[in-house]
Design a protein around this ligand. Structure first.
Ligand code: ATP
Ligand code: MG
Length: 563
């Protein structure tokens, strides 16, 4: 498939691929894969990897497989598999008939381990976990060889067969690669390649009681699928010699190459599956698709577009050093995309009643409002006007500051797409002193333009007709954490959840053209931001909107002031 949002990027990974194509290292093949473990939902970091792997395949006319890396039964499930498939598709990528499961390779991976044993390159070790740790050494001290290291091949084969047959308890034996206990790289000190784990697997059930370790299974899955460039995140850099060791001993030719890049971190959120699971399980959020979650499902429900996420991934690029990307950049990409595609509408989040005293009581008229100010192709819609309106409470100030361009005593303001109105009086709640109603007059001569007498009216505010507007619930979301780098805090990160990350407004009013709006559709509510009809909780008679992103970046301003 070809997804060309922007010109093909260049980066160190593409440089490597260019060179490999030049030297015909893999002929003219470019084969990548995206290999999530189905033990959680995909997040924005995974999206970076998805865009990278599928993007490279598309750019070079190669292939990208979707591989569920499901070799560790704990925590894996079909729900996660299904969510991954949905999310990668939604991001805009397609793997044709190349959906694979590492668990489909269990038999082959087992055979590879048998081969290593036969070569004298692996052995069954019967040290317990504590002993194993003790023998492993430290970063500064070499390890010691296991007393089982020189078990004869036949004995190893016999034990491994019996491990598989379920003769031993969990932890009684493991299979280890025979590499180098003195290696300065701890990863190379006879790593475990198989362990006994009596746990049903969501796909293979009780068939297996031995499971391969990630380092062993991953490079062999890559080899089985004839992957050319196995792109992963930087934490696997130390494991690359091990990757190479396994493929060197087990794969004859056309071996895959591991390349590491920096993982994405985004400010004010966390991208560790363990932490995201905790958020869901402890109900700090409403689920994996809570619109505050950095998951693809959460971003989709909130109203982010796949185009915006792809644009973000293209912007941040691919590099070798870890960094923290500002959440504002993602929000900027969302605004940029929605500015183009979202039709405009008017909605009032915190309504204040306005009476137009000189407008006939029974009268209604309709204004044609453009759906997009820069794009006439998006057409117009009818917006009804009548004597009683709602405006945003924030757009009225009893004691307005000098440069206030909205409504206040003595002020005039234009109603977007409609007349200029002028303040006359206000009614206050006797007890609280709160303004509950504002009386205005309208200037009938301003229907199609500025006042003919030449007086200036600078402010423009949004509004809806009280009688014609629809009630709606609007959910406002903000950043999930109050600290820029939640992953870096020393105490429990859950202490830094933003208590203001979710607010529900239940008495909002939106213009009647939204009555038939489809779940999931997105609008710009003029002057407020972008909003999306919630796919789960909204219904035609009871609209629920999620705020995708406000029009302006208030966090940037705050940060700017602080700096
Ligand atoms: P964990 O959060 O437990 O470390 P993981 O996020 O690495 O797990 P995987 O399912 O193994 O989960 O990830 C699938 C692919 O996505 C891997 O190739 C991994 O390198 C990549 N990936 C994961 N997180 C990020 C991230 N933050 N930035 C870029 N790529 C990522
Ligand atoms: Mg991982």
């Amino acid at each position: 498939m070809t997804l060309t949002d922007s010109p093909p990027p260049t980066d160190f990974i593409r440089d490597i691929i260019d060179e490999d194509l030049r030297t015909k290292k893999h002929g003219d093949r470019v084969a990548t894969r995206f290999p999530p473990e189905p033990n959680g939902y995909l997040h924005i970091g995974h999206a970076k990897s998805v865009c990278l792997n599928f993007g490279i395949a598309a750019q070079y006319g190669g292939t990208c497989n979707l591989r569920l890396d499901d070799t560790d039964p704990s925590g894996e499930s079909l729900e996660y598999v299904e969510s991954i498939i949905t999310d990668v598709h939604w991001l805009g990528f397609d793997w044709a008939d190349r959906l694979f499961y590492a668990s489909d390779y269990f038999e082959r991976i087992y055979e590879f381990a048998v081969d290593l044993i036969k070569m004298g390159k692996a052995y069954v070790c019967s040290l317990n976990a504590d002993q194993m740790r003790e023998y492993r050494g430290t970063l500064t001290e070499p390890g010691r060889e296991s007393p089982y290291r020189n078990r004869p091949v036949d004995e190893n084969l016999d034990l491994f067969t019996r491990m598989r047959a379920g003769e031993f308890e969990d932890g009684a034996h493991v299979v280890r690669a025979k590499i180098d206990m003195a290696s300065p790289n701890v990863v190379m000190r006879d790593p475990i390649i198989y362990r006994i784990k009596r746990m049903p697997h969501y796909r293979t059930g009780d068939t297996w009681v031995v499971y391969p370790m990630y380092d062993f299974a991953h490079c062999l899955s890559d080899s089985v699928e004839k992957i050319t460039h196995s792109i992963c995140t930087l934490e696997f850099e130390n494991n690359r010699p091990l990757y190479d060791w396994f493929v060197h001993h087990l794969i004859a030719d056309d071996r895959p190459q591991q390349i590491e890049f920096a993982r994405l971190n985004v400010s004010y959120t966390i991208l560790s599956k363990r932490r995201l699971i905790e958020l869901v399980e402890k109900k700090y959020v409403t689920g994996w698709d809570d619109p505050r979650m950095p998951t693809v499902a959460g971003m989709r429900r909130r109203g982010y577009t796949p185009e915006a996420i792809r644009a973000f991934c293209a912007k941040i690029g691919v590099a070798k050093n870890d960094n923290l990307v500002d959440a504002s950049l993602l929000e900027h990409c969302v605004r940029d995309d929605l500015n183009e595609r979202a039709p405009r509408a008017m909605g009032v989040l915190r309504p204040l009643r306005v009476l137009i005293d000189n407008y006939p009581e029974a009268q209604t008229e309709e204004f044609d409002a453009p759906n997009h100010p820069q794009n006439p192709d998006m057409g117009t819609r009818k917006v009804p006007f009548s004597r009683v309106l709602y405006i945003e409470r924030e757009d009225f100030d009893e004691n307005p500051p000098k440069k206030y361009k909205r409504l206040g005593p003595g002020r005039e303001v234009r109603l977007r797409n409609a007349y200029v109105i002028k303040f006359q009086a206000m009614t206050k709640d006797e007890k609280t002193g709160e303004v509950i109603e504002v009386h205005c007059t309208y200037d009938a001569e301003t229907r199609n333009g500025p006042p003919p007498d030449g007086r200036k009216v600078e402010g423009v505010i949004h509004w809806v007709s009280a009688e014609h507007s629809l009630g709606a619930e609007v959910r406002l979301y903000d950043r999930l954490f109050t600290v820029q780098d939640p992953a870096a805090v020393e105490d429990d990160v859950m202490n830094y959840l933003n208590p203001g990350s979710f607010e529900t407004l239940v008495s909002c009013r939106v213009e009647p053209s939204l009555a038939g709006a489809q779940a999931g559709s997105r609008y710009q509510f003029e002057r407020l931001g972008y909003f999306c009809i919630d796919v789960k909780d909204s219904s035609p008679g009871a609209l629920v909107f999620n705020r995708i992103v406000p029009l302006r970046d208030s966090w940037g301003k705050i940060a700017g002031q602080a700096g």
